[in-house]
Write a protein that binds this ligand. Structure first.
Ligand code: GLC
Length: 573
């Protein structure tokens, strides 16, 4: 392992992975696969029932074997954990639940040794109310940090007496329910919190706030982090005049904040300027990467808004999440439409990314595949053969489903608030299922996992059970083996990582596209129906051979044979 003069741990020039013939424009974040870990739920190294950094270290060989190139860790920083780490109390300290700085250093060293990069999750929009910056800010109206957060006296209601009928400054609502403003008695002013009232929003119009936050990021870059996922990056700047958001009536009960168009509390042009300045910081650290979470308006597909954070393609984020694919129902036409719109939105110099599941949404295996492994194989193939960087969510590769949790087991503040109308996000955060044994090998048998395990981890895979790594690892027909083969195919075929993409007209239940790179071509055919379907005429020429098929033993080895129900077939020409 080389060390730069600044002491930054870097990868060996060639990385440790062997890759067919890596072209010059190879970037790990562009052509690799990124795996999201929810650290509480991945692997418990300390025996307390909560996942931690040593747990992740112990599972690095598994991740290397799966073939992923980068790990994005949801926040591991010191936090009172009201929003499970997305409320940061100290950006430069590791929460003791997860370990110490030395554990982080070890993780970076070991991961880099295996050719795996580490992406940290930075929350720019808000801090914890326990962060020293906020404690100072709220201490008095003349505190030097007062202007680091967003404070307001409020407004008068219908000319009634100020003391009794004071109102928040506007109609903005918190993502977790209620007004986004909270009156702080100490100084008799409201502060803004677009999430919990224990997550006050920072004032990014103050250059000191920006400088301080960028310094926290530098701390991790100097320690060897390879980049950041930027939490709700389009929220960081708010309308200067604090105008009311227009109403947008939709069926979103009980989450009323989803019934506003977020014209003024998000999506402000100045956020782009900040991202550009942060990109300049990142550019001083070669081969680092920024991926941003962009939520323009809840539940609406707005890939253009996500793509706008890629700037001209090389001056803002390296990658931006567009959640349209998650919102798209399970059908070939819908996926084609969504993907075409996303590709058209991404600037020419920019690069797309794709994601089906994360820690905020129900897992695709539950929501889209209804627990079916055949459907999961189809979606895995869709995700891993697109043009752009695929993001996997831990457990997706073994078909983990959302857990069924009772009210008393819920930990997520949104679930606790809205139960029984909305059960929150814990269901997609249950512990990783490593073995069929006690506690699924996530933690010791005598420990109590922080969230209950999904019971489908036990038994040996028959589709409904056996959802665990051990049972699937050696089984050639398992979902895990399919993910591994797809990732291997990406590594071996530059068409899949570097190639252009073109959709081919076909039967409405088939999704067919070609990936082409320097005269080489791969054709992907996905059958979204329960019937056999013939490939479209004219795409398969003589000499085409099947590279991968979910139905390897059923179909004839002919590339142009009809596709079996839910078959995913990748053909090379
Ligand atoms: C992002 C995170 C989510 C968190 C919220 C507030 O959307 O993904 O988990 O609750 O920001 O920080």
């Amino acid at each position: 392992m080389e060390r730069s003069p600044a002491g930054r741990r870097v990868l060996d020039a060639d990385g440790h992975r062997t890759s067919a013939d890596r072209p010059n424009d190879y970037h790990w974040w562009k052509h690799g696969v990124i795996y999201q870990i929810y650290p509480r739920s991945f692997a418990d190294g300390s025996g307390d029932g909560t996942g931690d950094l040593q747990g992740i270290v112990s599972r690095l060989p598994y991740l290397a074997d799966l073939g992923v190139d980068g790990l994005w860790l949801s926040p591991i920083f010191d936090s009172p954990m009201h929003d499970f780490g997305y409320d940061v109390r100290d950006y430069c300290a590791i929460h003791p639940l997860f370990g110490r700085l030395a554990d982080f250093d070890e993780l970076v060293d070991r991961a880099h040794g295996l050719g795996i990069r580490i992406i940290l999750d930075l929350v720019f929009n808000h801090t914890s109310a326990e962060h020293p910056w906020f404690l100072e800010s709220r201490s008095s109206k003349v505190s030097p940090k007062r202007d680091w957060y967003l404070w307001h006296t409020g407004r008068r209601f219908l000319g009634l007496p100020w003391r009794t009928c004071r109102r928040p400054p506007n109609n903005w609502r918190s993502g977790f329910g209620g007004s986004a403003w909270r009156l702080d008695e100490r100084t008799d002013e409201y502060y803004l919190h677009l999430f919990l009232d224990s997550q006050p929003d920072l004032n990014w119009r103050n250059p000191d706030t920006e400088a301080a936050m960028f310094d926290q990021a530098r701390f991790w870059l100097d320690r060897g982090a390879d980049g950041f996922r930027l939490d709700v990056i389009n929220y960081i700047v708010k309308d200067l005049r604090l105008r009311n958001n227009p109403y947008h009536p939709r069926l979103t009960f009980p989450r009323l904040h989803d019934q506003q168009l977020h014209l003024y509390d998000r999506n402000q042009p100045e956020a782009h300027e900040i991202v550009r300045r942060f990109r300049a910081v990142m550019d001083g650290h070669p081969e680092t990467m920024l991926v941003g979470e962009v939520y323009p308006n809840e539940g609406c597909m707005e890939p253009e808004a996500s793509a706008s954070y890629l700037g001209s393609g090389n001056d803002e984020l390296h990658l931006a999440f567009d959640f349209s694919l998650m919102e798209t129902p399970f059908n070939a036409r819908g996926y084609r439409k969504t993907l075409e719109r996303w590709y058209a939105a991404v600037p020419r110099e920019g690069w797309p990314s794709h994601v089906l599941s994360n820690h905020d949404k129900p897992r695709a295996m539950t929501r889209r595949c209804r627990g079916s492994f055949a459907r999961a194989r189809l979606l895995a193939t869709l995700l891993l053969t697109q043009r752009g960087t695929p993001f996997l969510y831990y457990g997706e590769e073994i078909g983990m489903r959302d857990g069924r949790l009772r009210r008393h087991a819920l930990r997520d503040p949104t679930g606790r608030k809205y139960w029984p109308f909305f059960s929150g996000r814990d269901r997609s955060r249950t512990p990783m299922q490593w073995t069929p044994g006690p506690n699924a090998g996530f933690c010791r048998a005598d420990a109590k996992p922080w969230l209950p395990l999904n019971t489908d981890h036990s038994g040996r895979g028959d589709g409904r059970r056996g959802v665990n790594v051990e049972s699937q690892r050696e089984a050639p027909g398992s979902l895990l083996s399919w993910y591994r083969r797809l990732i291997e195919a990406r590594r071996a075929h530059l068409e899949l990582t570097h190639g252009s993409i073109e959709f081919v007209d076909s039967h409405r239940k088939l999704l067919v596209y070609t990936r082409e790179y320097e005269e080489r071509r791969v054709i992907v055919m996905l059958n979204f129906s329960r019937r056999r379907r013939s490939p479209p005429d004219g795409v398969l020429v003589a000499g085409a051979r099947i590279l991968l098929s979910t139905h390897g033993s059923l179909t004839e080895p002919r590339a142009d044979a009809p596709l079996e129900p839910y078959e995913a077939r990748v053909v090379s020409i």
